[in-house]
Design a protein around this ligand. Structure first.
Ligand SMILES: Nc1nc2c(ncn2[C@@H]2O[C@H](COP(=O)(O)OP(=O)(O)OP(=O)(O)O)[C@@H](O)[C@H]2O)c(=O)[nH]1
Length: 368
């Protein structure tokens, strides 16, 4: 039984690995934000270019074998261009330029196929992939403009040039059927692209809103505990100072004036703290009436001085809410996070120092 479970687990891990390397190939390593329009375009270009190589390479070889050197070389050139395109995209992630690499050779190839008839007069059957690729790569506006020009080129090639279409014994009405069915595909692809980009936009907005709710405190609009931890844990700084502040006797404000005044006090305190922060300082609402501040690029004494500055500023500030006027004070605990003191340990230290500040009578700053 355990053996079977282990086997199943190993199989799943292998499957996941295969899946992620497959995705990494098409996303060229940019799978972090799959809602991003840029990432979506990179994915589509790569997917299309890869499918393109899969088709143009064997068809090019077949064309060469059937002694159609121009068509064969054209197809092989496209297979080569699409392969180079993947390498270029992988290195630069520049999808705007890379998209042109995919679409313009495709337009030319399609017109060429319609003009010459391709292999045994089947060239025109490939034009239906153009609308989807064009709209995917260039979006609605530019895609539709380019498709109008392409349709015009198609009309000229089919109806006004001495093309090879008639050589294959097709019914003359087939040309107009090809044109109309192509326009229908343009229309359907347009609808699909429009709904996809709207859906994507809404998904992005919802995701941004959810992130805001998940990482921000709605009362003070500061980062909340989760947001602050995420910022600190992913910070590129190997050392910073933590200033943990707790409002003294905050319960009395709620009890005396009500919860609304309590909320107003928290907002006012958040504003005072934000206004006192240095350029690289970060403030958060750590808990009920606790604020955690992080500062870097300064000495421990400077971090202590900052805590004292905020404490004095708050002490001198008069809080006014309707006809209520009152003063508040803060107690601070300061600690430093560095190579020898990891983040969680530094937070605990700051908390201990804050506790000492409270025990020593409040309205003061303590450090190690
Ligand atoms: N208005 C309001 N009150 C809050 C909020 N979050 C926590 N509180 C209140 O904050 C108060 C914290 O009280 P205590 O933990 O006893 O601390 P304190 O009164 O500040 O006293 P010391 O910390 O010991 O100086 C409680 O009454 C909570 O209800 C909030 O979002 N809004």
């Amino acid at each position: 039984m355990t053996n079977q479970l282990d086997k199943l687990k190993a199989e799943n891990t292998l499957k996941n690995k295969a899946k992620s390397s497959w995705l990494t190939f098409f996303y060229v390593g940019t799978t972090d934000d799959v809602f991003s329009e840029d990432v979506r375009r990179v994915f589509i270009i790569n997917l299309f270019a890869s499918v393109g190589v899969l088709f143009t390479l064997p068809l090019g070889l077949v064309a060469l074998y059937e002694r159609k050197p121009i068509l064969g070389c054209f197809l092989l050139l496209i297979a080569f261009l699409y392969t180079v395109n993947h390498i270029y995209l992988r290195r630069t992630h520049n999808h705007a330029f890379s998209g042109n690499f995919v679409i313009y050779p495709l337009y030319i190839l399609m017109i060429y196929l319609v003009y010459t008839g391709g292999v045994k007069g089947t060239g025109h059957v490939w034009i239906y992939c153009v609308p989807a690729v064009s709209l995917f790569l260039h979006g609605m506006k530019r895609g539709l403009i380019e498709l109008s020009f392409f349709t015009l080129a198609l009309i000229i090639t089919m109806f006004f040039t001495n093309n090879h279409f008639d050589e294959f014994g097709y019914d003359p009405s087939l040309k107009s059927r090809i044109l109309f069915s192509f326009i229908v595909v343009v229309f359907l692809s347009g609808i699909y692209e429009y709904s996809m980009s709207r859906f994507n936009q809404e998904l992005k907005e919802t995701s941004a809103k959810l992130k805001l709710v998940a990482y921000r405190d709605p009362v003070t609009e500061l980062l909340n505990r989760r947001g602050m931890l995420q910022r600190l844990e992913t910070s590129s700084y190997s050392s910073f100072h933590l200033l943990l502040a707790d409002v003294d006797f905050f319960k009395r404000i709620n009890d005396e004036y009500g919860h609304d005044v309590g909320d107003y006090t928290l907002v006012e305190l958040a504003n005072l703290i934000q206004a006192s922060l240095p350029e690289k300082g970060l403030a958060s609402r750590w808990g009920g009436e606790e604020f955690l501040i992080a500062v870097c690029d300064c000495s421990e004494s400077e971090a202590y001085a900052l805590a004292e500055g905020i404490r004095q500023r708050v002490q001198q500030h008069e809080f006014v809410y309707l006809d209520h006027r009152f003063h508040m004070t803060l107690s601070f605990g300061v600690a430093t996070m560095n190579e020898s003191t990891p983040l969680r340990e530094a937070i605990t230290l700051a908390d201990n120092h804050l506790y000492n500040a409270k025990r020593a009578g409040r309205n003061q700053t303590r450090r190690g």
